[in-house]
Ligand binder design. Structure first.
Ligand SMILES: Cc1cc2nc3c(=O)[nH]c(=O)nc-3n(C[C@H](O)[C@H](O)[C@H](O)COP(=O)(O)OP(=O)(O)OC[C@H]3O[C@@H](n4cnc5c(N)ncnc54)[C@H](O)[C@@H]3O)c2cc1C
Ligand code: FES
Length: 277
């Protein structure tokens, strides 16, 4: 069993979740994910490692409460235990010496891109972090990013912090900031990653996205996480989850993500939490 050290809501619906799992800590690398189960009967939930502390043997993730399993996680308290915390899984993020790297994080992706930004900074890159959200109250970890970035830019849809608008403003923001990234990396919701890829394609900037399909085993056996990249079938759990955003078949990806929507709503209906579906 794995003991919960911290579970706290950092912004509405987003939880910082730290678990004692020394076996994961020892091998964790930026870009990896873990698969946990909130209880013995729960489904398997993939979450990206957002930080880890080798001395304490703890791993931190940031999760968005969206459905039944993440609702169970959101009810856990420090000292509680969970039966499964498997990992690290997935390929390591590509941490090279690229020059200037723009790290875009939105929603849980602010947490999940943090170790990537830190590693790129340690590798000698100029790191620019762009934290995106609907409003300023949905942004977090700015101080952590300031420690590992040369510049932290905020982008909110209501303009309450930083630039106002969507990620589609990126070309204009880059021009205003006088930044010409050699690489862009985007983590977070599918639309953020897809739109970031769409605007960087005409600029010719390589863009890496951290794909988040439905997963079951996380080890390349079940095929559920398949997606098409550069016309070839890939499994996000073993071939990714990082891929070139200009090569992902986004239309197919979005369609596959909806496959289990009716089933996902059932447990929420039973608990009276599905009024917004
Ligand atoms: C490699 C990988 C890394 C991930 N890392 C994180 C992370 O660090 N933090 C985090 O919050 N989430 C992450 N996710 C997504 C997370 O696994 C899902 O949000 C979670 O499994 C949903 O479980 P649920 O039972 O609460 O919701 P479900 O009942 O499964 O789904 C409820 C609603 O959420 C939508 N949904 C389902 N899966 C996803 C998904 N993958 N992404 C977004 N919406 C989804 C469904 O379409 C449905 O509308 C990651 C996914 C993958 C594959
Ligand atoms: S989750 Fe089963 S093959 Fe990737």
């Amino acid at each position: 069993m794995y003991r919960i050290v911290t579970r706290r809501m950092i912004v509405p619906n987003l939880h910082e979740f730290t678990v004692e799992a020394p076996q994961v800590t020892a091998a964790a690398r930026p870009g990896n994910f873990i698969i946990l189960r909130p209880d013995e009967t729960g489904e398997r939930v993939p979450l990206t490692v957002a930080d880890w502390d080798p001395a304490a043997g703890t791993v931190t993730t940031v999760f968005l409460q969206v459905g039944a399993s993440t609702a169970k996680l959101a009810r856990l308290r420090p000292g509680d235990t969970i039966p499964t915390f498997a990992g690290p899984l997935g390929k390591d993020a590509d941490i090279g010496k690229f020059g200037t790297v723009l790290c875009i994080g939105g929603c849980y992706g602010i947490g999940s891109i943090y170790p990537v930004a830190r590693a790129l900074h340690e590798a000698g890159n100029k790191v620019v972090a762009l934290l995106e959200g609907r409003s300023r109250y949905l942004l977090y970890w700015q101080d952590k990013f300031r420690e590992v970035s040369d510049r932290v830019i905020e982008l909110t849809r209501d303009g309450s912090a930083g630039y106002k608008g969507h990620i589609t403003r990126l070309p204009e923001i880059l021009s205003l900031e006088k930044i010409r990234p050699d690489r862009v990396i985007a983590n977070g919701c599918t639309f953020l990653m897809m739109r970031a890829s769409n605007v960087t394609r005409p600029l010719g900037i390589k863009t890496i996205v951290n794909m988040n399909p439905i997963m079951i085993d996380g080890t390349g056996m079940c095929g559920v996480c398949r997606l098409t990249v550069a016309g070839k079938t890939k499994f996000a759990c073993v071939d990714g989850p990082d891929f070139d955003g200009h090569e992902v078949d986004w239309e197919e990806f979005l369609a596959r993500r909806k496959t289990y929507n009716p089933e996902e709503v059932q447990p929420l209906r039973k608990s009276g939490c599905a009024s917004h579906y």
